[in-house]
Design a protein around this ligand. Sequence first.
Ligand code: NAD
Ligand code: MG
Length: 362
Amino acid sequence: MRELMVNLGERSYPIRIGSGLLARAGEQLLQAGLSVKSPLLVVSDDAVAPLYLDGLLEQLRSSGFRAASCIVPAGEPSKSLARFEEIMTKALEHGLDRKSAIVALGGGVVGDLAGYAAASYMRGIRFVQMPTTILAHDSSVGGKVAVNHPMAKNIIGAFHQPSLVLYDLDTLKTLPRREVSSGLAEVVKHGLIRDATFVDWCIDNAERLLALDAEALGYALYKGCAVKADIVSSDETEQGVRAILNLGHTIGHALEAVAGYNELHHGEAISIGMIGSAMLGVQLGAPQEVYLRTREALGKAGLPVSLPEHFDTDRIMEAMMHDKKFGEGKMVFIVPTAIGEVEIRQDIRQQWVRDIVERLKR
Ligand code: NAD
Ligand code: MG
């Protein structure tokens, strides 16, 4: 098992990554300071629950916990106020008190939804993340929790740190291939931001990662979480440096907004976005290697590295203008200066970005 700490004073918490951790969940919760006197609520989705929920509930009960569950449909639409209310109802019915915890068993959707419920119930109760996707190494660390409004994603939310992140690698074996690659996009991103050696490692070990080799995955998730934890520890509520985690996301979000449902998963969109950022970086003086290595790392992880021809540049630019990162013809953009290093630029011209979007189609 690997362990690392997110250091946030009295809100600090451990991330534990390894095989067989769900089978020790009860003991882990007790160690994290939870009491069997207060009931738990486990939130999951209807793709993950049939695989792992019964085993987890049984395990928690054998450790003396009373645990109920709430299962939402798999997919982004479950990050809604309607599902949030459902969780509140379950929490009340089951008698959750101020010392209870809500446990998220699933990917980022379940984590964000359950986390926001935990942040709100009785003005905030404890929260435990049990991520089951690779992407959730990103969403389960850092304390951003939210649901969507029909008009905007992640707009109703809070900062609410978990008490524990328990990452059982065995659960990843059932992930669909596309979800594996999509999650690896954020893993590679964490390398591109902070750790050139780790980018090399990702390139050399891409096949093992795609084959879900437990040792390789454990290391990759540990490194990805470590970069995220380090950045979050120095900027908990995104006043400054935390913005570098948005590498590839300005273009990526616009592509997601323009793409048809299911055409591009988040990781696929930010993969193309990171290629665009690398092109921009080279244009602004970074060595050509930045583009080549970025492309190699993402391509080997099974991710798209160019934009399908049919994407309309005008619509992509429009979507970017709706994004909060825009102002006065200039954009805020996270730009790589070397592999493992990025800077926050406030002076990126719309025209440069438009040219990059065009180049991404070639
Ligand atoms: P997800 O939770 O929808 O999971 C993807 C799919 O995989 C779902 O259909 C799910 O049912 C299925 N699945 C999950 N675990 C599985 C397993 N072990 N075996 C088989 N199937 C499994 O999506 P995600 O990619 O994990 O997360 C995306 C969400 O995370 C988005 O809503 C995004 O906004 C959010 N997010 C939040 C943060 C944050 O800081 N809070 C950061 C990044 C992303
Ligand atoms: Mg992301």
